[in-house]
Design a protein. Structure first.
Ligand code: SAM
Length: 356
C-alpha cells in the first residue's frame, strides 16, 4: 500500500461516471446550464476498469461510483460486473440521487454491487421541488423501496442539512430510514465548488444536529463498538476495513437506531482522508478542494503501460499534502469557494464533475 507525505494510504477511490445530473440541487448544481466535459474525453468502461486495476494494485480496495448522477450513464450494471472481476476491490458502492434507481436496483444487485447510498434531503415533495427543480420526489422514494426489494441490505441515505430548508426534518428522516431499512447520514453543508450560494450561516453543525435530535430522542450515544458488531447490519472483514477511516461519526438512539454525521465543514477529517477522485474524463484529484488535478487519460490513451501508470500514480500520491477542508476551516470570512464564472471557466472545479 502506498502512503502520502502525511502517512495517509491510497485506500479509497471515487469514480465519477458522468458530470451530468437530472437534478439541480441548490447546494450542488443550482444553475440551469453548465459547461459539460467533451463527450470524446469521457473514459470508456474498459478505460475505467483498467485505471481502477492500477489503483487497486496500489491498495485502493474501496471503490465508489458517483457523479453527477452515475445512473444517467448507460448500462452501469455492465461496468459493475467488469469491476467485480477485480478481486482486489473489497467494497464496491454507488451513490445516487435515486431518480432512476427503481429500474436499476435489481440489475445493479445482480451485477454484484455491494452497497448503495441514496441522497434524500427531504420527505416533503414541495421542498424537494423547491430545492432540486424536480417534481419527481416519488421516484426517489420508489427507488429506495426497490433497492431494498432487490436485496441491498446496507442502504445508506445521505442528507445534506441546510438551515432554513430541512433542519426540522432530521428526526423524520431517521424514522423514515428506520422504516426503509436504511441508515441516515447527515452531512454538513460544504463550501465545495458548485455550492455558489454557500454561506456560513446556512451550515447546521454536528453539534446543532445532535442538540436538535436530543430534544426529540433524549440522550444520544456515540457508537464505539466496531461496525462489524453493529446489530448484525454490517458483517465480515470487508466491513471492518471499510469503516476504519469512514468520515461519518455514528451515533445510536436509546432504541438502538443508528445514524451518522459527516462534519466535513466544522470538523474535517483531512488527517485520515484516504480518498481520491477520478473524474469521468480521467482527471485525478487528490482532494475535493484541490485547485488542480492530473490527467490519467492522456498517458492512458498515449499507450502508457500499467507499470508506467502505477509509477505516475504512486509518485503523485507520495507527494500528497492536501488538507483542503482544514484549510477552509482556518479561513476568516469564509464564503463560497468559487464564483459561477470561475466554475464555467473550468468545470473540473464543480462538485458534480469531481464526484461527491
Ligand atoms: N448524484 C448522486 C447523488 O445525488 O447522490 C451522486 C453525486 S452527489 C455530488 C454526491 C453527494 O454529494 C450527495 O449525497 C450530495 O448530497 C452531496 N453534496 C453535493 N453538494 C454538497 C455540498 N455543498 N455539501 C455537502 N454535500 C454535498
Amino acid at each position: 500500500m502506498v502512503h502520502d507525505a502525511l502517512a495517509r494510504p491510497l485506500a479509497s477511490l471515487r469514480l465519477s461516471l458522468t458530470d451530468r445530473c437530472n437534478l439541480r440541487c441548490r447546494y450542488c448544481m443550482p444553475e440551469e446550464e453548465y459547461v459539460w466535459l467533451p463527450r470524446a474525453s469521457i473514459l470508456t468502461f474498459e478505460e475505467i476498469a483498467r485505471l481502477a486495476g492500477v489503483f487497486t494494485g496500489l491498495g485502493a480496495a474501496k471503490v465508489r461510483l458517483t457523479g453527477g448522477e452515475p445512473l444517467l450513464r448507460h448500462d452501469v450494471p455492465t461496468l459493475v460486473a467488469l469491476l467485480r472481476q477485480n478481486e482486489r476491490i473489497a467494497d464496491l458502492a454507488l451513490t445516487t440521487n435515486g431518480m432512476v434507481l427503481a429500474a436499476q436496483a435489481a440489475p445493479l444487485r445482480r451485477a454484484g454491487l455491494h452497497r448503495l447510498t441514496v441522497s434524500l434531503d427531504t420527505l416533503r415533495p414541495d421542498r424537494f421541488e423547491a430545492y432540486t427543480k424536480s417534481k419527481r420526489h416519488g421516484d426517489v422514494l420508489e427507488g429506495i423501496a426497490e433497492a431494498r426489494r432487490a436485496g441491498f441490505e446496507r442502504l445508506k441515505l445521505n442528507t445534506v442539512v441546510v438551515k432554513g430548508y430541512n433542519e426540522d426534518e432530521l428526526a423524520d428522516l431517521i424514522e423514515f430510514g428506520r422504516g426503509a431499512g436504511a441508515e441516515v447520514r447527515f452531512i454538513e453543508y460544504m463550501d465545495v465548488g458548485g455550492a455558489t450560494q454557500w454561506s456560513p450561516d446556512q451550515v447546521v453543525s454536528r453539534r446543532g444536529m445532535l442538540e436538535a435530535l436530543e430534544r426529540r430522542y433524549g440522550r444520544i450515544e456515540p457508537v464505539t463498538v466496531p461496525a462489524a458488531n453493529d446489530g448484525g447490519a454490517l458483517r465480515g472483514a470487508r466491513d471492518v476495513a471499510s469503516k476504519a477511516t469512514a468520515p461519518a461519526e455514528r451515533f445510536v438512539l436509546a432504541d438502538g437506531t443508528t445514524f451518522g454525521i459527516i462534519a466535513s465543514t466544522t470538523a474535517p477529517f483531512c488527517r485520515t482522508c484516504d480518498r481520491s477522485r477520478l473524474t469521468a474524463d480521467g482527471t485525478w484529484y487528490l482532494c475535493l478542494y484541490a485547485e488542480r488535478g492530473i490527467s490519467l487519460r492522456d498517458p492512458l490513451r498515449a499507450g502508457a503501460s500499467d507499470d508506467e501508470l502505477r509509477e505516475l500514480i504512486s509518485d503523485t500520491w507520495r507527494g500528497r499534502r492536501d488538507r483542503g477542508a482544514e484549510e477552509r476551516l482556518a479561513l476568516v470570512g469564509r464564503h463560497a469557494l468559487y464564483p459561477v464564472e470561475s466554475l464555467r471557466a473550468d468545470p473540473h472545479r464543480e462538485m458534480h464533475t469531481r464526484g461527491g
